[in-house]
Design a protein around this ligand. Structure first.
Ligand SMILES: [Zn+2]
Length: 249
C-alpha cells in the first residue's frame, strides 16, 4: 500500500476523503463537500494539500474548491463540467491520468448521475473513488444521463478487480438496504443488510465497500437477474432505478 486514505463525515451524509502518496508526502482531496471540515482534517493529520480531484460538478462535491485553493494554493483537477462551479486548473476525461507523487489515478468516464462524472482509480493499490455513481447497495440518481449511459458506467466500475476498495461519496447504505430487500430475496443480501443495520446502530460507516461485495448484492448491478422479464440489461437497470426513485420504504 502506497496510498493512505483518511475518510471523514462532511455535511449531512457526505464523506470527505484525503489521500496521501506515502513516498512523496503529496496529498489530494477527493471532492470538496465542506472546505472547513477538509481544512480541519488536514490540520489534524498535519498534511498540506496539493490537489483536488473532482468527480463531478455538484456543489456538495466541488463547492469547496475555491476556498481550499485560496487557503492552500492547491491545483484543481476535474471534468469540464466542474466549470459550472468554477473552471478547474486541469480538465480531465476518460483515458487521462493524474499523478499524485508516485501514485497514478486513471480517469474513468462514469457519466449518468451527471453527464461528465468521472471515477479516479489507483490501479497499483486497487482503490477507486466513484463519487455518486456507485454506492454501497445503491447507485446515483440519473439527474442528467439516462439508464443506458449509467449502466455502461457501472459496467466500467465492475470491470475493476474484485478486491478493489470502493470509496463512495455518501452514507446512504441503510436506506439502500431497505430498498434492496424489497426487490431481492437473495440470502447474501439479507446477511449483508443485517450487518449494515447493526453497523449504523453503532454509528459506524459502511463505506468503503468492494467490487466483489457490490457485484454479489447490489440490486442495481443485479438488475438483469432481478428483472428477467426485461431482455435488455440497461433497460432492466432503468426499471430498478425507477423503482428506487418511487420507493417509500
Ligand atoms: Zn452528485
Amino acid at each position: 500500500m502506497t496510498l493512505t486514505v483518511r475518510q471523514f463525515p462532511c455535511l449531512s451524509d457526505n464523506y470527505g476523503f484525503l489521500v496521501r502518496d506515502d513516498a512523496s508526502g503529496k496529498v489530494a482531496c477527493i471532492d470538496t463537500p465542506d472546505a472547513e471540515a477538509i481544512l480541519a482534517e488536514l490540520a489534524k493529520a498535519g498534511w498540506g494539500l496539493d490537489l483536488i480531484l473532482n468527480t463531478h460538478w455538484h456543489p456538495d462535491h466541488a463547492g469547496g474548491n475555491e476556498a481550499l485553493k485560496a487557503a492552500t494554493g492547491c491545483t484543481v483537477v476535474g471534468p469540464a463540467e466542474v466549470a459550472r462551479i468554477a473552471a478547474p486548473d486541469r480538465v480531465v476525461a476518460h483515458g487521462d491520468h493524474v499523478m499524485l507523487g508516485d501514485t497514478r489515478f486513471d480517469v474513468i468516464d462514469t457519466g449518468g448521475h451527471t453527464l461528465g462524472h468521472v471515477t479516479f482509480f489507483d490501479a497499483a493499490d486497487h482503490i477507486a473513488f466513484v463519487g455518486d455513481t456507485l454506492f454501497a447497495l445503491g447507485c446515483g440518481r440519473l439527474f442528467e444521463g439516462d439508464a443506458a449511459q449509467m449502466w455502461a458506467s457501472l459496467q466500467r466500475i465492475t470491470d475493476l478487480p474484485d478486491d478493489t476498495t470502493v470509496y463512495c461519496a455518501h452514507e446512504y447504505t441503510a436506506a439502500n438496504a431497505r430498498f434492496a430487500l424489497s426487490v431481492d430475496a437473495d440470502p447474501a443480501l439479507k446477511a449483508r443488510a443485517d450487518s449494515i443495520f447493526a453497523a449504523r446502530e453503532r454509528g459506524e460507516p459502511t463505506v468503503p465497500t468492494s467490487i466483489a461485495l457490490e457485484k454479489a448484492t447490489n440490486p442495481f448491478l443485479r438488475a438483469p437477474l432481478l428483472r428477467p422479464d426485461i431482455a435488455n440489461p440497461a433497460e432492466a437497470f432503468g426499471a430498478v432505478r425507477a423503482a428506487k426513485d418511487a420507493f417509500k420504504g
